[in-house]
Design a protein around this ligand. Structure first.
Ligand SMILES: Nc1ncnc2c1ncn2[C@@H]1O[C@H](COP(=O)(O)OP(=O)(O)OP(=O)(O)O)[C@@H](O)[C@H]1O
Length: 596
C-alpha cells in the first residue's frame, strides 16, 4: 500500500473509531433499520400483487383486509423510523459532545507556544463548526447510507426476481451513479477544507474585534472592523459558492441519470408487457424498485461526498487532538518547594521566532524568601524570564531548577502548584468576585471565610462589601465592571489564597490614584512577605526595596546587585535607567508644581 493511501485509510479509521462506546445504541438502530428496509421493500411487491388481483377478486372485503394489513405495516414502519432516527441522531450528538470535550482538553493541554501560533477566534470556530459537521455524517449520514446500501441490495434482488431482462437495463446506469459519487467525493474534500478554513478566518476576525471592542470604538474603527469582516465573509462566500456550483453540477447530473433510467425502464417494460412476459403489476413494482435502487445508489454517492467533506473539515480537529502533548504524566506526587530558584546558563528563543534569542546565557540563583526585581528597557526579556519560571516554555539551552529539582515538561504542573502570578493587567473571568478569587485553588474545596480572609489581606474586602451583591457581584467580561485598582486587589487576593512559595508580580504601569496605589502596595507587601518574589518592576519605589536587582538588556543579565551597589556603577545601565526615571519624575513633579 502506498503512503498516501495508508494515510487516507487512517483518516477514515480515526473517524470511525469515534463510534466506539456507542455499540449498543447503534446496534439497536441497525436492527430497527433492517426492519424498516424490509417493510419498504415489501411495498412494491404488495402493490404489484394488489394491482394484478383487482379484477380477479370480486369480494370487496379482500380490499379492506389488504388496506388494513398495509396500514399495520405503515404504522410499524412509522414507529420503527422514529426509533431509528432517535438512536442515530442522539448518538451523533453524543459523539459531537465527546469530540468537543476531547478537542477542548487537547487545546488546554497544548504548550503556551501553541497559542502564539493559533488565534483564539479560529480555535473556538474549530470547536463549534468543525466538530458539528461530524454529527451530520458520522451517525445520521452513515445510517442513511447503510439503509441505502441495504435497500440497494434488496432492491436489486427484487428486480432480478421480477425480470432479469429488464434488470440488465439498469446494469449500465447504477454503477455510473456510484462511480460519479466517488469521483466527486475526492474533489470535494479539498473544497471543503478551503471552506472551513475561510470560515475559521471569519471567526478569527470577529473575535479579534470583539475582544478589543473598546479600542475599536475609542479609535472610531467600526468601519475598518466592518470591512475586515466583510472581506473575510466575502472570501468565505466565494469559496462556498464555488463549492455549491460543483455540488449543483453533480446533483443535476445524478438527477438526470435517475430519470433517464426510469424512462428507459418504462419503455422496455412496455415492450415486455406487449409480448406477455410481464404483468402491469410487475412493471409497476419494477419501476418502484428501480426508483428505490437508483435513489439508494445516489444516496450512497451523496454520503460519500459528505463523508469526504467531513474528512477534509475535521482534519484540523484531529491534528489538534493528536498533537496535544500532555504536560504531565497521569500520576504526580505533590511538590512542596521552599522557594529557591536557579537559572543555569539558560538560553531561549520563542518557537515562532526561533532565530532570535530572547534570553542568552542567563544564570542567577535566588534564595527562598528573596525579593528580586527584574529591571531593563522594553523587550529586554523580563516577561520572558517570568514565562520560563512558570514553565510556559522550556529552555533551548541550560536548565532551571527549583530547590535543586530541574524543571521538565513532566514536573511543570507540580512546580506551578507553588507559584502564583499577579499580572500587570489582571485577567478575570466573567463570573463573580467570589469565583474569581476561588479560581486560585480550583482543585480543592474552599470556604467562604478563606475567601474573605484573602480579600481582607488584599485590601479588597471593604470595596467588595460595598457592592449590593458583595462577593457575588458579577465582574463582567474580563472584569470590565471593576476599576484597575479593584481588579488588581482581586488578583492579589487570588494569589494570597493560593499561598504560593514563589510569586511573580508584573507591576502595573498605569498610574492608579494615590489612595488606590497605597492600598494596592499595602496588599502587595502582605502578599510578598516570606515568599520568593520576582517583580517585573517599573516603579522606583519597588525597585529600591528589592533585596536584589537583575538588570537585563537584549536578553542578557548585564548587572546584578542591590540598589546601592548598582547606583555606585555610574557607567552601568541601571544607573542610566534610574537617572532617567528620576528625571521623568522630577519633570512631572515640576509640571504639577507649576500648574498649582
Ligand atoms: N510570544 C512571543 N513570540 C515571539 N517573540 C516574543 C514573544 N514574546 C516576546 N517576544 C520577544 O522576546 C523579546 C523579549 O520580550 P519580553 O516580553 O520578555 O520583554 P520585556 O523585557 O518583558 O518587555 P516589556 O517591558 O516591554 O514588557 C522581545 O524581543 C519580544 O519581541
Amino acid at each position: 500500500m502506498s503512503k498516501p493511501e495508508s494515510a487516507n485509510r487512517s483518516r477514515h479509521y480515526k473517524r470511525f473509531m469515534l463510534l466506539q462506546g456507542y455499540g449498543a445504541r447503534l446496534m439497536l438502530g441497525l436492527v430497527i433499520m433492517l426492519l424498516t428496509v424490509v417493510i419498504q421493500l415489501s411495498y412494491p411487491k404488495a402493490l404489484a400483487y394488489f394491482i394484478d388481483n383487482i379484477k380477479l377478486q370480486q369480494d370487496s372485503s379482500w380490499y379492506s383486509t389488504f388496506a388494513i394489513v398495509m396500514l399495520l405495516l405503515l404504522s410499524v414502519q412509522a414507529v420503527a423510523t422514529a426509533m431509528r432516527y432517535y438512536c442515530f441522531e442522539s448518538t451523533g450528538y453524543m459523539i459531537v459532545s465527546k469530540v468537543r470535550q476531547q478537542v477542548y482538553n487537547a487545546m488546554l493541554s497544548q504548550p503556551i507556544g501553541f497559542y502564539d501560533k493559533h488565534n483564539v477566534g479560529e480555535l473556538t470556530n474549530r470547536l463549534s463548526a468543525d466538530v458539528e459537521i461530524l454529527h451530520d455524517t458520522l451517525t445520521m449520514g452513515l445510517a442513511i447510507s447503510l439503509r441505502a446500501a441495504l435497500t440497494f441490495v434488496g432492491g436489486v434482488v427484487m428486480l432480478l426476481l421480477i425480470s432479469p431482462a429488464l434488470s440488465l437495463m439498469l446494469v449500465f446506469f447504477v454503477p455510473l451513479s456510484l462511480y460519479l459519487g466517488r469521483w466527486v467525493g475526492r474533489r470535494i474534500t479539498q473544497r471543503a477544507n478551503a471552506m472551513q478554513q475561510q470560515q475559521a478566518l471569519c471567526g478569527k476576525v470577529a473575535h479579534e474585534h470583539f475582544s478589543n471592542i473598546r479600542l475599536v470604538h475609542a479609535f472610531n474603527q467600526q468601519k475598518t472592523a466592518r470591512s475586515a469582516y466583510a472581506s473575510a465573509t466575502d472570501s468565505a462566500l466565494n469559496v462556498s459558492v464555488a463549492c455549491a456550483k460543483f455540488f449543483a453540477y453533480f446533483h443535476g447530473l445524478t438527477s438526470f441519470l435517475t430519470y433517464l433510467t426510469l424512462l428507459v425502464t418504462l419503455w422496455f417494460g412496455a415492450t415486455l408487457i406487449s409480448s406477455g412476459s410481464l404483468s402491469i403489476g410487475e412493471l409497476t413494482s419494477f419501476i418502484l424498485y428501480a426508483g428505490m435502487v437508483t435513489s439508494a445508489a445516489s444516496a450512497i454517492g451523496d454520503f460519500w461526498t459528505e463523508w469526504m467533506r467531513t474528512i477534509g473539515a475535521t482534519d484540523r480537529v484531529f491534528d489538534i487532538i493528536t498533537t496535544a502533548t500532555p504536560e504531565e504524566p497521569a500520576q504526580q506526587t505533590p511538590l512542596v518547594l521552599a522557594g529557591n530558584v536557579s537559572f543555569d546558563n539558560v538560553s531561549f528563543a520563542y518557537p515562532e521566532r526561533s532565530t532570535q534569542r530572547a534570553l542568552q546565557h542567563i544564570s542567577f540563583t535566588v534564595n527562598a524568601g528573596e525579593k528580586v526585581a527584574l529591571v531593563g528597557s522594553s523587550g529586554a526579556g523580563k516577561s520572558t524570564i517570568a514565562n520560563m519560571i512558570l514553565g510556559f516554555y522550556m529552555p533551548c539551552e541550560g536548565c532551571i531548577t527549583f530547590d535543586n529539582i530541574t524543571m521538565q515538561p513532566s514536573n511543570v504542573k507540580c512546580v506551578r502548584d507553588n507559584i502564583a502570578i499577579v499580572e500587570q493587567e489582571p485577567s478575570l473571568f466573567s463570573g463573580s468576585i467570589y469565583d474569581n478569587i476561588a479560581f486560585a485553588v480550583a482543585g480543592r474545596e474552599v470556604s467562604a471565610s478563606e475567601i474573605v480572609k484573602a480579600a481582607e489581606l488584599a485590601n479588597a474586602d471593604e470595596f467588595i462589601q460595598r457592592f449590593p451583591d458583595g462577593y457575588h457581584t458579577v465582574v463582567g467580561d474580563r472584569g470590565v465592571q471593576l476599576s484597575g485598582g479593584q481588579k488588581q486587589r482581586i488578583a492579589i487576593a487570588r494569589a494570597l489564597l493560593r499561598n504560593p512559595r514563589i510569586l511573580i508580580l508584573d507591576e502595573a504601569t498605569s498610574a492608579l490614584d494615590s489612595a488606590s496605589e497605597a492600598k494596592v502596595q499595602q496588599a502587595l507587601s502582605t502578599l510578598m512577605t516570606g515568599r520568593t518574589t520576582f517583580i517585573i518592576a517599573h516603579r522606583y519605589s519597588t525597585i529600591v526595596e528589592a533585596d536584589r536587582i537583575l538588570v537585563l538588556s537584549d536578553g542578557h543579565i548585564v548587572q546584578h546587585g542591590s540598589h546601592t551597589e548598582l547606583m555606585l556603577q555610574q557607567q552601568g545601565l541601571y544607573f542610566r535607567l534610574m537617572v532617567n526615571q528620576l528625571a521623568q519624575n522630577a519633570t512631572a513633579g515640576q509640571r504639577i508644581a507649576n500648574a498649582v
